[in-house]
Write a protein that binds this ligand. Structure first.
Ligand code: ARG
Length: 446
């Protein structure tokens, strides 16, 4: 009981303790290494304004790097009776360094500490999500280029409509990822601002050098206004969740297409046997469970912004313990989405394409617009050509000419994949992940 940072020699009832600590002891483990990075930066700054001697700072840095190594080995734990990661790190420092450990919290609150941890965690997770998204993008562009000549039916209302191609289908999801990447970029930049120094949400009477911690931690800038810095809790997570949800939406739609196209009634794509699962009763089954699980997981991820909003709705400015619950939804979302991205990459590399879909006569009517356009190019008014071909189809005399010439930008014959790739590069490159990585590296290596 005496392990509380706010211990004032009175005890809290075990029921209250259990309920208020909640799942922090498990979830805060994900924040441990970021809590330590923050403490290295904070103690460096405290030394610079005379709140710590250089000897005290060096002792703290040595111990903090030691604890960091413990987290790297996966051995960091939050002990029984300790409230959260912030308390655990301070406890470890105090055990080793006595009064020096007790000095580190000057000018800081757990409110800005957890804000900082979440920003650093999110920044790193977003980088990994962006890297995987970029890899998936590359695979889709490769598949699009490889199958640019392979035609397939395009649908409206799930009715056979117009000729499409695997070049278009794969390329469409690649281009969709460029918009998701734009969302991720906005999320990353919003997240990449330093809240440290806002303390409980109203700053401190110590002359904190927030510019210094901003630079040490490799942030683009700080969240200047201390009240806004605290208001960013929940808002940052929600906005990042919008980006994750957008990306998850792309994956879910692609998975649905793939499930449908893999059905015998379509037969457009096939998964190699080792990528399918069987049935306990039907010996012939090779099911695309991979795509179904991708779809379900990614559909659920799209509820994340709403789930977060429901927690932060109607909270006025300032800290509330409600915000702690957001961690339960937000932190695990990254590993779930990264898992889905890795699986999407794996399966897109292996999916097999049917090159002879259009040999089946049932798709012939989709060439009707080609015939109409040919007549129209030869001077027949479009409406008359439309009627002429329409009547042929009704009478069963329409003969499909499967030569197609689509030349405009973004069409079957002119995919513009190079331009889509350039777009992706410009969005991805603007995030400058190296800056953050180098700063973190430097804090750890000293
Ligand atoms: N576990 C808390 C959270 O996630 C840490 C901050 C505690 N601050 C407080 N004022 N009780 O929000």
């Amino acid at each position: 009981m005496a392990k509380k940072l706010w211990d004032k020699n009175s005890t809290v009832s075990p029921e209250i303790e259990r309920f208020t600590v909640g799942r922090d002891c498990e979830l805060d483990l994900l924040l441990a290494r970021y809590d330590i990075l923050g403490s290295i930066a904070h103690s460096t700054m405290l030394e610079s304004i005379g709140m710590l001697t250089s000897e005290e700072m060096n002792d703290l840095h040595r111990e903090l790097r030691e604890i960091y190594a413990v987290t790297e080995r996966g051995e960091f734990i939050i002990e029984e009776g300790v409230e959260d990661v912030h308390s655990q790190v301070e406890l470890m420092l105090t055990r080793k360094l006595g009064d020096t450990g007790k000095k580190i919290h000057s000018g800081r609150s757990r409110n800005d500490q957890v804000l900082l941890d979440l920003k650093l965690f999110t920044r790193n997770e977003l980088r990994e999500v962006c890297e995987l998204t970029h890899t998936l993008f590359d695979r889709l562009i490769e598949q699009s280029n490889r199958h640019r000549e392979v035609l397939m039916p395009g649908y409206t209302h799930l009715q056979v409509a117009m000729p499409s191609s695997f070049g278009l289908w794969f390329g469409a999801y690649a281009e969709s990822l460029t918009d998701d990447m734009l969302f991720l970029q906005a999320a990353y930049r919003m997240c990449n601002r330093n809240p440290l120094g806002s303390a409980a949400g109203y700053g401190s009477s110590f002359p904190l050098n927030r510019t210094m911690t901003t630079e040490l931690l490799g942030f683009d800038s700080m969240n200047y206004n201390v009240v806004y810095a605290q208001m960013g809790r929940g808002k940052c997570e929600r906005n990042v969740a919008y980006a994750l949800a957008s990306l998850a939406g792309t994956l879910a739609k692609m998975a649905f297409d793939a499930c449908m196209f893999n059905s015998q009634n379509f037969g457009f794509v096939k998964l190699p046997a080792e990528c399918t699962t069987g049935s306990s009763i039907m010996p012939h089954k090779k099911n695309p469970d991979v795509f179904e699980l991708l779809r379900a997981k990614c559909n659920r991820l799209q509820a994340l912004p709403t789930d977060i909003i429901l927690i932060m709705n109607n909270l006025p400015s300032g800290y509330f313990r409600d915000l702690q619950i957001i961690k339960e939804l937000f932190l695990p979302a990254f590993s779930e989405l990264k898992d889905c991205l890795r699986m999407a990459i794996y399966i897109i590399e292996r999916i097999e394409v049917n090159r002879n879909i259009l040999d089946d006569k049932r798709y012939d009517p989709m060439f009707s617009v080609e015939t109409v356009n040919r007549l129209a190019s030869n001077g027949v008014p479009f409406r008359d050509a439309y009627k002429q071909v329409g009547l042929q189809i009704e009478e069963g005399t329409f003969v499909a000419d499967k030569e197609i010439h689509h030349t405009h930008e973004g069409s079957i014959g002119n995919l513009c994949n190079d331009r889509i790739a350039a777009l992706m590069e410009s969005i991805y490159g603007a995030m400058n992940f190296e800056k953050a990585q180098e700063a973190e590296e430097k804090l750890i290596r000293g």
